[in-house]
Every structure is written in structure tokens, then in C-alpha cells.
Design a protein around this ligand. Structure first.
Ligand code: UGA
Length: 464
């Protein structure tokens, strides 16, 4: 009965932050968990596991990050996360340490489950760098004293679990029992807490019934179906899912190009397609390309592992090529609209790879700025939250204090990231302040008819 109450509570997504009340009434088994890596995935996973009642110790070798977390601060911009962190620290369910030794043995409690959520950055050849995964597996294997489950949370190529197993075997001379598992994370930045608490599915790639039982217990408080499978299939589910979502985006972006050529409206085309339940409406928003630290690198890594295994998954290369083209398309539009670019001022609204995040990794804005700089234009940019991060990676442009200041005196304004607050601006004031009112809406945020009525020379993606 307790579980049913909990599940219906979770159905109301806004009640995520009141989870604790329901846990207390729910006869769940609380586990001691160690989460290694406090990036987006690790920190959100650790915090949410604590929120659903487990005792979590998060580990990161970055000592200053651990000090920051122990001071009660949240190192990433993620809606809802600071509140959950604060609440679970106060409740004593989450702690932060800088070594695996302290993570798996904390205050007399041993973590039976270790989630590995360290970075798997791309190497120059497109493959994922798995050295951090190996190092964590080795460190834990060296220290484990009793049955331990090594759960991979990071996005990894298929057969990583096999390598983790080999690594443990080499070290585990005393024969301490263990299992390996794959539990890919599907949360998206900007809605990570909500995604974790309300999963479409929880995938458990397991190598034994024992591990499956423990992992099922850990996730029992969450609604959403649990799919238990083997480790390799779970690893593939993650890469295949991200690649498929990226394919949907590139597909609609390609369709948007045809729409432009024939005068059709891609919004209606996407809507018409999405009404078919087999296709679905999500990830059919056209724009100036996808970015972030997941799709671009996961497509590369998936292509690489497919090739390594003897299958040339050409479709994935085309998905990337279309994505690259979209950014080029934006630059071409600016040239077409302004003729000569040299000495002109371009304003950019939005720099983060998508709204509700301060993440600049693989953001389309990076390519747009690089492309514009080749034409020796002056660039003024604004973003509501990613400006500090943007300043570290973007040089040679002005960062404006607000969107109006960015637009002032501009010859062209490009909407790069569709922050909702840009929708409510005084666009009349913006147009009047520009030198020439040319507007390239890279995310189809505005209504073309209204923008033209306001006096903008307005262009968007795949719409007449
Ligand atoms: C993505 C997946 O959505 C998550 O399920 C996954 O867990 C995560 O990667 C990961 O592997 O860690 P994320 O990269 O945070 O999440 O962001 P998305 O919301 O998927 O957006 C990715 C990019 O696609 C953004 O640049 C966004 O602007 C773009 N996008 C998205 C479009 O251009 N059109 C769309 O219709 C949707």
C-alpha cells in the first residue's frame, strides 16, 4: 500500500521535492551506495538516490569540488538540484569525499553498490576515453572486502563491462564475490531531477540474479518500468537511444531545408508527423543543430565501436553531417541577409547548448562564433546563465549585460538558444535599437507574421 501511495505521488512531477514524506511510509530497503564522479550524471544520481531514501557517499578526486559541495554549494546549474542537495545533506543521507577509500567505507558503513559515473570524453579518433572507468574499477577492486556490485552509469561503448570484469579479475586475488552491472542514465540537462524521479524506464544490465535483486530494490521507489537485461544489451540501449534521438533531430533539420526550397512550413510538417503515435512529436524541433556533451560524442563513439566490431553504421555519419550543415546554414543566412559582413555587428541571444543549462560543451554557438569571426564581424552576446562558462571558451567578443544591450546597434540578431525569457522581451524596443532590423531565429522561437509586422527582416528555420 505504501508503494502505491508513493507511486501516485510521483505521478505528480512537481511533488518531486516532497518525496521524503512518502519514503518514510514506504517499506523500502535502504542501501549504502557509493557514487564515483560528481559531474551531471553522478551528482544528480547521487542526490536523487539519497532523496529516495538511500545513504549515499559521492566521491570526486577534484578536492576543491568536494570542498565546494561540503560547503553546501551546488557546482552545476540544474533546476531543483540545489534544494535536494541541501535537504539530503541536512538529513545526513548524502556525503562528499575525495577518495574511493573513504567512499566505500564511510562512518562504519560499507557500500555494497558502487555506481561509476566518471567522464568518458572523446578521443581524437572518436572513441571514448575509458581510462577513468578502469581506474575506478581497479581502485574499488583493490579495496573491496565483501560482495560488491560495480554499476556502470557513465555512457560507454558495448563490452565495457567485460573490460571492467577483466580489470577486477586481475586485482581480486582473494576472490571477493562481486558482480558487474550496467545502469545507463537517460536524464537530460535542465530537467535532470525530474527525469531521474520520473523515468520512462530504468534499464538494468545485470550478470546475476543477486545483482538484479539489489538494483531492483534501489529503484523500487520510482515509478516507470524496469527492464532487466544482460550487460551488453544495456550498454547498447544507451548509445542506440541517444543516436536515435539525434537522428530524429537531423531528419527534421533535413526536412526543414526542403521546406525552405518549396515554401512549406516545417512546424506543420513536424506536427503532422508527430501525431502518428509510431513517430511521436518529441525531438522533431528543427534548429541550428544539436549540441551538448552527449549527442555529438555519443554518435562518434557509437560509430567507432560499430566499426571496430565490423559494421559500418553509415547513417550515424550522415546524422552528424546534417548537424554540421545546420550551423553552416545559419552562417550562410547571415551572409545572404547582410551581403558584406566585414565590420558589421552581430548580436547573439543564447550561448548554452540548450535552455535551462549553463553547459557550453559542443554548443552550436561555438561554431557560429567561429564562423562569424572569419568574416571579421563584431559580436555581442548574451545568455541568461552560461555567460561565465562562455567567457572561458569564447574569445574576441563582447558579453552584454542583457539581451537589449547585445542587440543595440546590431546589423543582425541571431537567436541561438531558445531561452523562454527571450520570448517575453520588448521586441519593438529591440528593433528600434538595432542598426538594421535583421533577425535570424535559429530555434523558431517567434511567430514569423508577428515579427514581420514588428518590422523585422525575419528569417527562421524551414518556415516561410
Ligand atoms: C541527452 C538525452 O536527451 C538524454 O536522454 C541523455 O541521458 C543525455 O543526452 C545523456 O546522454 O547524458 P541532453 O544532451 O542533456 O540529453 O539534452 P537534450 O534535451 O537531449 O538536447 C540535446 C540537443 O538537441 C540540444 O542542443 C537541443 O537543443 C537539441 N534538440 C533537441 C533539437 O535541436 N531539437 C529537438 O527537437 C530536441
Amino acid at each position: 500500500m505504501g508503494r502505491n501511495r508513493l507511486l501516485s505521488a510521483c505521478q505528480e512531477t512537481d511533488k518531486v521535492l516532497n518525496f521524503e514524506n512518502f519514503i518514510l511510509e514506504f517499506d523500502m530497503k535502504s542501501h549504502n551506495i557509493c557514487v564515483v564522479g560528481t559531474g551531471y550524471v553522478g551528482l544528480v544520481t547521487g542526490t536523487c538516490l539519497a532523496e529516495i531514501g538511500h545513504r549515499v557517499v559521492c566521491v570526486d578526486s577534484n578536492k576543491s569540488k568536494i570542498r565546494y559541495l561540503n560547503a553546501g554549494k551546488c557546482p552545476i546549474y540544474e533546476p531543483g538540484l540545489p534544494e535536494l542537495l541541501k535537504k539530503n545533506r541536512k538529513a545526513g543521507r548524502i556525503a562528499f569525499v575525495d577518495s574511493i577509500k573513504d567512499g566505500i567505507q564511510h562512518k562504519g558503513r560499507r557500500a555494497q553498490v558502487v555506481f561509476i559515473a566518471v567522464g568518458t570524453p572523446p578521443r581524437p579518433d572518436g572513441s571514448a576515453d575509458l581510462s577513468a572507468i578502469e581506474a575506478v574499477a581497479a581502485d574499488v577492486a583493490k579495496r573491496m572486502t565483501d560482495y560488491t556490485i560495480f554499476v556502470d552509469k557513465s555512457t560507454v561503448p558495448v563490452e565495457t563491462g567485460e573490460w571492467v570484469k577483466k580489470t577486477i579479475e586481475r586485482i581480486n586475488k582473494r576472490g571477493v564475490p562481486y558482480d558487474i552491472a550496467s545502469n545507463p542514465e537517460f536524464l537530460a540537462e535542465g530537467s535532470a531531477v525530474k527525469d531521474f524521479m520520473n523515468p520512462d524506464r530504468v534499464v538494468l544490465g545485470v550478470s546475476s540474479k543477486r545483482a538484479e535483486k539489489v538494483l531492483r530494490e534501489i529503484y523500487a521507489p520510482l515509478k516507470g518500468p524496469i527492464l532487466a537485461t544482460d550487460v551488453k544489451s544495456a550498454e547498447l540501449i544507451k548509445h542506440a537511444s541517444n543516436s536515435f534521438l539525434a537522428t530524429k533531430i537531423s531528419f527534421i533539420n533535413a526536412v526543414s531545408r526542403l521546406c525552405e526550397k518549396v515554401g512549406a512550413d516545417v512546424t506543420d510538417v513536424a506536427k503532422g508527423m508527430g501525431l502518428d503515435k509510431r513517430i511521436g512529436p518529441s525531438f522533431l524541433r528543427p534548429g541550428i543543430g544539436f549540441g551538448g556533451f552527449c549527442f555529438p560524442k555519443d554518435l562518434e563513439a557509437f560509430y567507432w565501436i560499430c566499426n571496430k566490431k565490423g559494421y559500418d553504421f553509415k547513417l550515424l555519419q550522415e546524422v552528424q553531417a546534417i548537424n554540421k550543415d545546420q550551423k553552416q546554414w545559419a552562417l550562410e543566412q547571415v551572409s545572404e541577409l547582410l551581403w558584406n559582413l566585414g565590420g558589421k555587428k552581430i548580436a547573439l541571444w543564447g550561448l548554452a547548448f540548450k535552455p535551462n543549462t549553463d553547459d557550453m560543451r559542443f554548443a552550436p554557438s561555438l561554431d557560429i562564433v567561429e564562423g562569424l569571426k572569419e568574416h571579421k564581424v563584431k559580436i555581442a552576446a548574451h545568455d541568461p546563465v552560461s555567460m561565465d562558462n562562455a567567457k572561458k571558451v569564447l574569445k574576441g567578443l563582447t558579453f552584454a549585460k542583457d539581451p537589449y544591450a547585445a542587440a543595440k546597434g546590431a546589423d543582425c540578431l541571431i537567436l541561438v538558444t531558445e531561452w523562454p525569457q527571450y520570448k517575453d522581451l520588448d521586441l519593438e524596443k529591440v528593433r528600434k535599437s538595432m542598426r538594421t532590423p535583421v533577425f535570424l531565429d535559429g530555434r523558431n522561437l517567434y511567430d514569423p507574421a508577428k515579427m514581420r509586422k514588428l518590422g523585422f527582416d525575419y528569417r527562421s528555420v524551414g518556415r516561410p
